[in-house]
Design a protein around this ligand. Structure first.
Ligand code: 5AD
Ligand code: SF4
Length: 442
């Protein structure tokens, strides 16, 4: 196909967005456009946005603004804005008013229809505002091709939306209600990816544990995992995110019994304080969570846990914060993503009294990151002399670059080890140098 032009996609936010940008890129490729490394060279620039925290929105607004001079010099440049930020009510009008050069706006729930919006714009050369279209994610029945970023890792959506309404979170407002994909479609997609040589497949959903609740078929997340791992091939299954209140014994048992499922589990706790958890509407207590962690650790002995934590939620006292410190010390996460609470429009927490001062939030995040850093460091140092299964993902002049399931990098000397990029290997960890683990083949 003749190259019709070049495109550049700015992607912000979570893995769901990263994957949706693969769909946007697939649409553009199928229309004859080619990716470019530089936004200045592009004929189409897409902003796939995030609104989880105010800091994300500020950064995106700055980056959209920076396109103005490019558009000035290149009148035919098409600028599209999509994703969670633009899905918010009244946001399309605000964006168009602030940046009149935007040509197409649509929401996170309509990414699979980008091709149609683009065609319509090209026909009419008139601003297309498609945001209002849908409150829930709508799959495009004319299966769109995806331009996947990696040859080894692939994302597969299993459930869209969220029904939980944690009081701080804007996701249920922009991504709508839970909506599971048909199991047969998921299995087919995973099998195709495995046949193509993909090694790690990450099942995506705001809460994968809710999978199947909205379907009439006899299916749930545990059964889906069983069906997927029954497929032939040398591959590994990961999933995210997983709400602790819905992580069933059945799912834990499937993981424990199925070596194809990753031993790295992301289990967002958000806070270690019962009063904060209650105010967040998380529907579990710290005791429930710690019991769950004990159960997981006893059934899956070499598990590595990671988490998300919010500090400075409205009303969080020093004692509440200390409960979070205590919890992360008890659980021993290999990794924690720690955020300062950010007020989001339309959420219950936005209206709560006792919003926490920014300097208190800054001190708490700073201290907690340091504490977690030491915990992670200790966990990785303790892996010395242990054996781990890794995926060899890349190489440089001296080393193979492999990763543990939790994402931690392992360097393996090329002179004394013979490995193949793109394959799994059993390695023994022999050292820990400046934050990198060193391994050797067994
Ligand atoms: N402020 C700060 N962090 C938030 N998260 C979600 N909403 C907010 C907010 N308003 C965090 C949660 C979630 C992760 C994806 O982002 O920890 O698990
Ligand atoms: Fe947001 Fe809670 Fe849903 Fe996660 S489970 S997307 S934090 S509302």
């Amino acid at each position: 196909m003749k190259v019709r032009g070049y495109y550049y996609i700015f992607t912000y936010g979570c893995q769901m967005n990263v994957h949706e940008s693969e769909k946007l890129a697939g649409v553009l490729n199928s229309k004859g456009y080619t990716a470019t490394e530089k936004p200045e060279d592009a004929d189409i620039i897409v902003f796939n946005t995030c609104c989880i925290r105010e800091s994300a929105e500020q950064k995106i607004l700055g980056n959209i603004g920076a396109i103005k001079p490019i558009k000035k010099n290149k009148k035919d440049l098409i600028v599209a804005v999509c994703g969670c930020m633009s899905q918010q009510s009244n946001m399309a009008g605000y964006l168009k008013q602030k940046f009149p050069f935007i040509d197409i706006i649509f929401g996170a729930n309509n990414v699979e229809y980008f091709g149609e919006y683009l065609d319509r714009f090209l026909e009419q050369r008139k601003f297309q505002n498609m945001v209002i279209a849908d409150k829930d994610y709508i799959e495009n029945k004319n299966a769109i091709s995806m331009a996947r970023d990696s040859k080894l890792h692939a994302f597969v959506n299993i459930i869209y939306g969220c029904n939980n309404f944690c009081t701080y979170c804007i996701v249920p407002f922009v991504r709508g209600r839970e909506h599971s994909r048909a199991p047969a479609d998921i299995i087919k997609e995973v099998q195709t990816l495995v046949n193509m040589g993909y090694k790690v497949i990450t099942l995506l959903g705001q809460n994968v544990n809710s999978y199947g609740k909205d379907l009439t078929e006899d299916i749930n997340f545990a059964k889906l995992l069983e069906q997927i791992t029954a497929l032939d091939g040398d591959f590994e299954i990961r999933f995210m995110s997983s709400h602790p209140k819905d992580l069933s014994d059945d799912v834990i048992d499937v993981i424990a019994n199925q070596p194809k499922i990753s031993r790295a589990i992301h289990l967002p706790v958000q806070s270690g304080s019962n009063s904060v958890l209650k105010a967040m509407n998380r529907n579990y207590t710290r005791e429930n969570y710690l019991d769950l962690v004990s159960k997981i650790k006893s059934k899956i002995p070499n598990v590595k846990l990671s988490t998300d934590i919010i500090v400075g939620f409205p009303g969080e006292t020093d004692k509440d914060y200390q409960d979070t410190v205590d919890l992360i010390e008890k659980v021993q996460y290999s990794n924690a993503f720690i955020f300062m609470y950010s007020k989001r429009k339309g959420t219950i927490a936005e209206k709560m009294e006792n919003q926490i001062a920014i300097d208190v939030k800054r001190k708490r995040i700073h201290d907690l990151l340091n504490i977690q850093h030491e915990i992670s460091d200790k966990i990785f140092r303790n892996l010395i002399n242990k054996q781990e299964r890794v995926l060899v993902e890349d190489e440089n002049k001296d080393s193979f670059i492999a990763k543990l399931q939790c994402g931690k990098i392992i360097l393996i000397d090329k002179k004394s080890n013979d490995l193949k990029v793109g394959s799994f290997a059993e390695v023994k960890l022999i050292d820990y140098v400046k934050g990198d683990l060193i391994g050797k083949t067994i």
